[in-house]
Design a protein around this ligand. Structure first.
Ligand code: CTP
Length: 319
């Protein structure tokens, strides 16, 4: 029926890839990879049945009035008030309206990027998507610097910018955002309670410093729609990771999608240790039951799609 079908056995064996990442179970063809345009179109069409990334990538100003109360997407019992600042930063129209690209890069944050020398290749794509405000300048040779679209979970304020406790944390943050110019800054503000103070501080800093960055806040239905698409295709994720969300959205805008920095395993194929993030010392969390993600399963799925020519997954060196 033209549906993308990933066989159950492949899905079920996903956990083994953690233990056997170095063995032949991981089949990944690099030489001879070719895009399969009809599959790309079919996937785009199927995803469109669940969501329209042009619309769902962000709520717009007319969706709310200041003072409106909404229920958090993943915690319906709790609510958030749409503040004046938040409302003033909602885009008038979708920041992705009518934007189409021949090639895009979606850059995950795995330590597999270190020593990859992928920076130039990543920057050569027409549109570059990055996750969680990951630093780039110090790692430019491996990760590049071009950032057309960058996500920011509210928890990043705590994790990477000291919770804005002192002026230098705030300055560092403003400096990071000013480097983005008019790129899209995508803030999942409506997922769960807990980050609302951080989102407000971020909004206030953007307004006060008149930063050019184009803020976007995912629609209330996006995450369920993305999960629905993958579940329908027999990929039982709990909650899509930011990286998988970005790939799913990118299928709408990009003909050829190249993924870098996806490697949710502590070792590479030669048994060498791989950091969870290329830029900090965060530990692997998905082994614990508290992690909302199933990154190894997602990875396995992306690898199947790579082998079928739907996307290109780079996990080695670029030169
Ligand atoms: N990623 C990966 N392997 C890693 C680390 C990250 O494949 N070792 C991918 C995941 O798809 C992840 C994305 O890169 O969503 C961005 O990484 P990160 O910022 O670490 O995401 P998390 O905060 O861990 O997870 P999320 O934002 O999805 O909740």
């Amino acid at each position: 029926d033209g549906e993308l079908s990933l066989s159950r056995s492949l899905v079920n064996s996903s956990d083994k890839i953690i233990r056997k990442a170095g063995s032949s179970i991981f089949q990944h063809n690099v030489e001879g990879w070719k895009i399969n345009f009809s599959l790309v179109l079919e996937i785009r069409k199927n995803i469109l049945r669940f969501l329209d990334a042009e619309r769902d990538v962000s709520v717009v100003k007319s969706s709310f009035k200041p003072g409106d109360v909404i229920h958090y997407v993943l915690d319906r019992r709790r609510t958030l008030n749409i503040s004046h600042d938040l409302h003033s930063l909602l885009p008038e129209v979708s920041p992705m309206k009518n934007r189409r690209f021949k090639t895009c890069a979606v850059v995950g944050n795995s330590g597999i990027l270190l020593d990859s020398e992928c920076g130039k290749e990543i920057d050569s794509h027409n549109f570059v998507i990055r996750c969680n405000l990951a630093p780039v300048v110090e790692f430019a040779a491996d990760v590049g610097t071009k950032s057309d679209f960058i996500t920011m979970n509210p928890s990043v304020v705590q994790r990477a910018f000291g919770g804005f406790r002192n002026e230098s944390d705030r300055e560092k943050f403003v400096h990071r955002l000013s480097m983005l110019n008019d790129s899209v800054l995508w803030i999942p503000a409506f997922m769960v309670k807990g980050g609302e103070k951080h989102v407000e501080w971020v909004n206030a800093l953007i307004l006060k410093n008149k930063l050019k960055v184009r803020t976007a806040y995912p629609s209330l239905r996006l995450i369920h729609a993305v999960r629905g698409y993958w579940l329908t295709n027999k990929v039982p994720i709990k909650r899509p990771s930011t990286g998988l969300l970005m790939y799913t959205l990118a299928t709408r805008f990009c003909d050829e999608i190249h993924l870098y920095g996806f490697w949710p395993f502590p070792k590479d194929l030669n048994g060498k240790a791989v950091k969870y993030h290329y830029y900090d010392d965060l530990k692997y969390r998905y082994f614990s039951n508290t992690s909302p993600h199933r990154m190894p399963l997602e990875f396995k799925t992306l690898n199947v799609l790579h082998n079928r020519g739907a996307l290109k997954l780079t996990t080695g060196k670029c030169v």
